[in-house]
Design a protein around this ligand. Structure first.
Ligand code: AMP
Length: 628
């Protein structure tokens, strides 16, 4: 398959919003691809050349792209800009200009002028991919011109439809409106003509969330190939998540005697470490990932140092929660302050100003052995052999009333007690909250590590936020209305948010939020949504027409909200069931959806992916439990 043919698939995908049709088109595309190309196609579908967790970006902005188009088509940048303004989409503008140029033979004439390393207008996918890799990897002085030249070469030889996508991919504007889950469905369809392999494929993907690798493996070796998918140091594992309950009694009913740990209020970190071989300092590798698989290694140079000092294994993957503390008082500070480390500059200064501790609680892999399928008890036992902690008299264990004095090290164990006693749980809960943490997490003693799953092996019990609804929710920001009155200054009135419907891989609305934001939060909001704006409603959104916002946003920003109560609503789509009227033409509401009463923004959750938002199933169970 060449890039021109691939572009016809992109176009078909762009035109449809039905998830089933998207899955079928993808399956057809995957059937036609070779094992060699399928992985690359998967990355290109996401507008990338590497898996999502690798921080390699194209580094191409609209202005640069306009110069590349102008160079590739031998026209003025101003012409490109004018057409772009008219059409509102730079990919379509380039396609239009390419067509116009073809007619006038303008482009062909200029081939001679600039020289070209690519000749064929039926570009092979691998050539485009390799070219894109070069573009993404080109950095430093002169890289802008280099990137423009490489892009221009592609634009010059490709046919018009291909040009549309050659321009959109590096700009991150593919916006095909489906998530990795749909691609996994399509892989099952490719093999079997239905979704029955999806669960198994997804389980492998949760261990190695690299779509290209998974696609290539099933294409080359079928479902059997997936049996060999094991953790790989350097590739993040999808993190296990917790279900929620609201009392010790409920927890014991569900999982019996269990390990109760503090629920720290910081940032989840998955640490990947390879010790250097003798005299080969370069072979040492360390990477740290957040929950949304973002590589956050540069944020925590002090933890990297501690990992080298405190880890006794050659190759290891483990997890913990990183929490910042005030160096004078040794009191732990809230999540938002820990996140200040995110500022890319001045990390070293920040490390002194906001020191951190990493509370470790999970072992996933060590020295060639996957611990994912081992029990909690086995994992914890081994973890304690691998991570060495030490005492430090400078650290009064003010943060730890149990006298579990390992607080001198940067890496310490999460506070833990194995129990089946209600008072123990309540004591731990109260201690945790008094230390500014969030409550507790109970872990099933014989439970495995459920990669990427919100299962019952981990149960969270969080502190009460309000009377009826005892928990906060994580919701996806789907769009916003423009401001009125005082808010015009910010350009945002209210924003529409939704929860995740796993069964349908869709986002369903649950509330609009507008009141109670500080000016600072409004400004933050604008900054964060800037890159997510979309001309059309993303295909994964289900929104009642009454709630159509002025500006749609692609899935990207998750926020934590508190609210007084979950109520029923006919306009929100979360949990709503529609039925056909007797005439069979119109639809009416059979069961209303869920909505939030008095929603308030608590914080921006940069560490969560859209699919990590609260699910419809969770809202349903919270609704049922409410007020009990
Ligand atoms: P939630 O974000 O409310 O779903 O709660 C799960 C999160 O709690 C995890 O992703 C961790 O970031 C955090 N957490 C804090 N302490 C622990 C712990 N001891 N074990 C597991 N997760 C923890």
């Amino acid at each position: 398959m060449n890039f021109a043919e691939l572009s016809t698939y992109f176009e078909r995908l762009e035109k449809t919003t039905s998830r089933n049709t998207i899955t079928e088109i993808l399956a057809e595309l995957f059937k036609k691809s070779t094992p060699d190309a399928i992985g690359k196609i998967c990355y290109l579908l996401q507008g990338r050349v590497v898996p999502l967790f690798e921080p390699i970006e194209f580094g191409v902005a609209d202005k640069m792209m306009m110069r590349a188009i102008a160079l590739g088509l031998s026209i003025e940048v101003k012409t490109v800009n004018d057409v772009f303004k008219k059409l509102g989409d730079i990919g379509s503008a380039a396609e239009f200009l390419k067509k116009a140029g073809k007619k006038s033979h303008l482009a062909q004439q200029t081939f001679l002028d600039v020289g070209n390393t690519i000749k064929n207008e039926k570009l092979p996918i691998t050539d485009v991919f390799d070219h894109f890799v070069k573009i993404a990897k080109s950095t430093g002085p002169g890289s802008q011109d280099e990137k423009i030249k490489l892009l221009a070469e592609l634009i010059r030889v490709a046919e018009p439809l291909s040009v549309r996508y050659l321009v959109r991919i590096p700009l991150g504007k593919m916006r095909l409106g489906f998530s990795d889950m749909t691609i996994l469905d399509a892989l099952s369809w490719m093999l079997k003509g239905d979704k029955s392999y999806k669960k198994k494929i997804e389980a492998a993907y949760n261990v190695r969330p690299d779509l290209g690798y998974i696609a290539q493996t099933v294409k080359a070796r079928g479902m059997d190939g997936l049996r060999h998918v094991t953790p790989k140091v350097g590739t993040p594992i999808m993190m296990a998540r917790a279900n929620r309950l609201t009392s010790a009694v409920e927890i014991f009913e569900k999982i019996g005697k269990c390990a109760v740990e503090y629920k720290y209020d910081g940032l989840r970190l998955q640490v990947h470490y390879v010790k250097s071989e003798k005299r080969k300092a370069k072979s040492e590798k360390i990477k740290m990932f957040s929950r949304n698989l973002e590589d956050v290694t540069p944020m925590f140079p002090d933890i990297a140092e501690a990992v080298k000092l405190q880890t006794e294994a050659d190759e290891v993957i483990f997890e913990g929660e990183v929490v910042a503390y005030n160096p004078k008082t040794h009191v732990f500070v809230p999540f938002q302050e820990t996140m200040q480390r995110k500022r890319k500059y001045d990390i070293a200064a920040k490390a002194l100003e906001i020191p951190v501790k990493l509370f470790v609680f999970e072992l996933l892999y060590v020295d060639g052995i996957s611990y994912l399928t081992k029990t909690y008890e086995e994992r914890k036992k081994k973890l304690k052999l691998i991570i060495k902690t030490f005492k430090d008299s400078r650290f009064p264990p003010k943060a730890d009333r149990r006298g579990n004095d390992t607080t001198g090290s940067t890496i310490v164990y999460a506070q833990e007690k194995v129990t089946q006693n209600e008072t123990d749980v309540e004591d731990m809960f109260a201690e945790s909250v008094s230390l500014h943490f969030e409550g507790i997490i109970a872990k099933k003693l014989d439970g495995v590590y459920e990669a990427g799953i919100r299962g019952w092996n981990w149960i969270k019990f969080k502190k009460a936020m309000s009377k009826k609804l005892n928990d906060t929710l994580d919701v996806l920001v789907m769009g916003y209305t423009l401001g009125e009155g005082k808010r015009t200054a910010f350009g945002v009135g209210q924003f529409l948010t939704g929860v995740y419907d796993q069964k349908q891989d869709k986002f369903m609305t649950v509330t609009k939020i507008g009141t109670g934001l500080t000016d600072e939060q409004f400004r933050e909001f604008i900054k964060r949504v800037h890159k997510l704006k979309s001309k059309e409603k993303p295909a994964t959104y289900e929104v009642d027409t009454l709630l159509t916002p002025d500006v749609w946003l692609m899935p990207g920003l998750v926020v934590e909200v508190s609210s007084d109560e979950i109520t029923r609503s006919a306009v929100h789509t979360a949990g709503r069931v529609m039925e056909k009227s007797k005439s069979g033409k119109a639809f009416s509401v059979k069961t209303p959806g869920f909505a939030l009463r008095f929603p308030r923004l608590e914080k921006f959750r940069d560490d969560k992916r859209p699919e990590d938002a609260t699910t419809v199933t969770e809202i349903d169970s919270l609704f049922k439990k409410q007020g009990q």
